[in-house]
Design a protein around this ligand. Structure first.
Ligand code: CTP
Length: 490
């Protein structure tokens, strides 16, 4: 791996920081994620500068030169300014130790080496010198470059110390391992680190839910999130964060009949969804009306969450999970509340996809009638494309012939959806008969009869007995109203 670093620090801001450091007689370094990402070929816009001295005073001095507004975070001893599209954070080098029961450190000033030692991973502890005499030199005391090249996540100190100092780092280890892994260059967490996580996973309880959930979402945004959830499981962290997902593990066998291993299946579906989203984004780049891809990933993760509660063995027949779609969708608000995820439209979207995830595949096995397709379009509304993507990703089986057959029929369902939507425009269904219209026509106040009439019309449209237009809807509604004893007042 390339270790010459001058080209990475060939920027105006680094020259300015270097001059300010020389003037003030302190040493300053670029450190952390920026350095790591330079060697990965993806330097970020977030730059962390560590100075042997006060980060706040140093930032003020740099801000005077760059004429930038400096934001101070006195509680953390850090300061931030923006310059030429970068966000630059300054911190004084620290020697920290943490109290057992809290995340709040006891901070003392320290040297660069002290500061590097207290960082999370060797690959995140590398620094570039900004001193005139060795400008751009890489300072890598713990073999970060070696670990980056070998695909290794390792802590600079004994992992028990690093993870006790900040428990969130257990989740960060998993997130970095997953995010940096590619099929050509896989990463792994060293065994002693995994052992340490198994010992210390109980300390997750001192972390705020928001920070845990933030890490989970970042794991879900990676290209192969299954890796993160496998590691969470292996280290005993998963049951402490999402016990409902852990409950999917294992296979029970009765009368020689076992069922699908639902945890692995869920992770396969999750990765399938990510791959399908990427393929779709290449053909049609995401726009403002497409929901953030994260929520479809949550739906994939939770799609079978109702299975443990609905599992039954039917003698002579095998295992069933009847109603797991409904039970699972009812669990979504609880899980979102526990994880402090938003309870707004995003939660409703996930709940809806979990509820409907079986419907497209159910159509594959039946005769694909227009009426069933209309009902699916009606229930899914604008989320029909994401539902189809999830349902397609859910086709997993060890039997390739079965997968091929289901996929072929699934394509039929997709074509039918397009045909029916073109003909009947059900996706954004608006009942042609409004409540106001009924009240005015019959001179009646708001009452249950209005709901009955509207429902009657909607059902007739979805069944295909009448077309989705006002004329036919009005005629049918008048017929039904007459049966109910209503007379138009004009
Ligand atoms: N760090 C740490 N322990 C933490 C969080 C951060 O030691 N719990 C250190 C690491 O050196 C890390 C740096 O602070 O590189 C900056 O942290 P952060 O901005 O969270 O991560 P990055 O490494 O920059 O990665 P990214 O922003 O791409 O996730």
């Amino acid at each position: 791996m390339e270790t010459r670093a001058e080209q990475f620090v060939d920027r105006r801001i680094f020259r300015i920081v270097s001059d300010v450091a020389a003037e003030r007689g302190v040493r300053a370094f670029v450190i952390g994620g920026y350095v790591r990402d330079c060697f990965l070929g993806t330097p970020s816009k977030d730059i962390d500068i560590v100075v042997e001295g006060s980060g706040i005073d140093f930032a003020r001095a740099v801000g005077e030169v760059t004429k930038s507004k400096v934001q101070y975070f006195k509680n953390f001893g850090t300061a931030m300014l923006r310059f030429q599209g970068n966000e630059i954070e300054f911190v004084g080098a620290r020697k920290e130790s943490y109290r057992r029961e809290s995340r709040k450190p006891i901070v003392e000033n320290g040297s660069l080496r002290d500061d590097q030692l207290r960082r999370d991973f060797t690959i995140n502890a590398m620094a570039f010198s900004l001193q005139a005499e060795d400008f751009g030199a890489l300072v890598d005391p713990f073999g970060g470059i070696r670990d980056l090249a070998a695909g290794i996540i390792r802590t600079p100190l004994d992992p028990d110390t690093t993870y006790s100092d900040d428990t969130l780092r257990m989740l960060r280890a998993i997130r970095f391992c997953t995010r940096l892994s590619t099929p050509e260059h896989p990463f792994h967490i060293v065994p002693e680190s995994l052992d340490s996580m198994r010992r210390l996973n109980g300390r997750l309880s001192i972390l705020s839910t928001e920070r845990i959930t933030d890490e989970l979402c970042k794991m879900l945004r990676t290209d192969q999130p299954s890796m993160a959830f496998r590691l969470l499981d292996e280290t005993g962290l998963l049951p402490r964060i999402l016990p409902e997902l852990s409950a999917l593990k294992g296979v029970e066998t009765i009368e020689g009949m076992g069922h699908k291993e639902n945890f692995s299946h869920t992770l396969a579906v999750l990765d399938n969804v990510v791959a399908a989203q990427r393929a779709r984004d290449e053909v049609a780049p995401p726009g403002p009306d497409r929901p953030d891809s994260l929520w479809l990933r949550w739906a994939a993760l939770l799609h079978d969450i109702g299975k443990p509660a609905t599992k039954r063995f039917v003698p002579g027949q095998g295992w069933t999970f009847h109603g797991h779609d409904i039970v699972g969708s009812r669990m979504v608000p609880r899980i979102f509340t526990a994880l402090k995820l938003p309870l707004d439209e995003k939660m409703k979207y996930v709940r809806k996809l979990v509820w409907l995830h079986l419907r497209p595949i159910a159509l594959v096995d039946e005769e694909v009638t227009d009426s069933a397709v209309r009902r699916l379009l009606f229930d899914a509304g604008d989320d029909i494309d994401d539902l189809m993507l999830l349902a397609g990703a859910d086709i997993t089986s060890k039997n390739p012939a079965k997968v091929a057959r289901i996929k072929a029929n699934f394509e039929l369902v997709k074509r039918k959806l397009v045909e029916v939507e073109e003909k009947d425009a059900i996706r954004n269904f608006k009942n042609p008969i409004t409540g106001d219209y009924v009240m005015e026509l019959y001179g009646i106040p708001p009452c249950s009869e209005i709901g009955i009439l509207k429902e009657y019309v909607k059902e007739a449209i979805l069944d295909g007995r009448i077309g989705n237009n006002f004329e036919e809807a009005d005629a049918l509604m008048r017929e039904k109203a007459a049966e109910m004893g209503l007379k138009p007042c004009k």
